[in-house]
Design a protein. Structure first.
Length: 201
């Protein structure tokens, strides 16, 4: 796992997030999501601010002007275009990190992380919020196994437990002890129910 291609993982997670956002119907931005009390719009705003922060900590420029954990329930610009611009900048930032770097600075309060863990944390953030958006808006966009497998290893590192108090909900137990797919395991580890569905109207 230490041989993970962090940039490739980030780009794959970004592609998943872009696809989920492009698939949101115009009337679904206010829909509830697996992130309690946040709408689809707020989850996207949170995700883009998180990604912006990852890029800014690498380059030293462009920190978010608002708190990702207080996401706005409105857009200042076209959400797809704004997300694309941010993700393009973040991807470019990761490309400046030497492949042989031992650690990388991230916006997480746990200090520098091994390069593969830092890149994986960035990718995990994008991928899980893509899943939040996709499932909340009825899209057939499951978390890809090619992302779930490496991200499960990233999530198993100590940093996730160090952030459990404010960034992740408690682990969700598997029903009947069945761990399910690697995507299921990852989602449960991050406090999500893989079977979540929008509340009935």
């Amino acid at each position: 796992m230490s041989e993970i291609d962090g940039l490739q993982l980030v780009q794959q997670a970004h592609a998943y997030l872009r696809a989920a956002v492009r698939g949101v119907p115009d009337d679904a931005w206010g829909s509830p999501t697996p992130c309690t009390e946040w709408t689809v719009r707020q989850v996207l705003n949170h995700a883009r601010l998180d990604q912006q922060a990852y890029g800014a900590f690498i380059t030293g420029e462009g920190l978010p002007e608002s708190d990702p954990f207080q996401p706005a329930d409105a857009f200042e610009a076209d959400p797809v275009k704004e997300l694309d611009e941010i993700l393009d900048r973040v991807s470019a930032a990761w490309q400046t990190v030497p492949a042989d770097a031992e650690t990388v600075t991230t916006p997480l309060p746990v200090g520098p992380l091994p390069l593969w863990v830092g890149a994986g944390a960035c990718a995990l953030d994008a991928a899980v919020h893509a899943w939040d958006i996709a499932v909340a808006t009825g899209q057939d966009l499951p978390l890809p196994p090619s992302l779930a497998q490496p991200l499960l290893a990233v999530a198993g590192e100590p940093w996730t437990e160090q952030l459990r108090a404010f960034a992740f909900a408690p682990v969700v137990a598997a029903p009947d002890g069945d761990p399910g797919t690697e995507a299921d395991q990852l989602l449960r580890h991050l406090g999500r129910n893989p079977g979540w569905a929008p509340p009935a109207l």
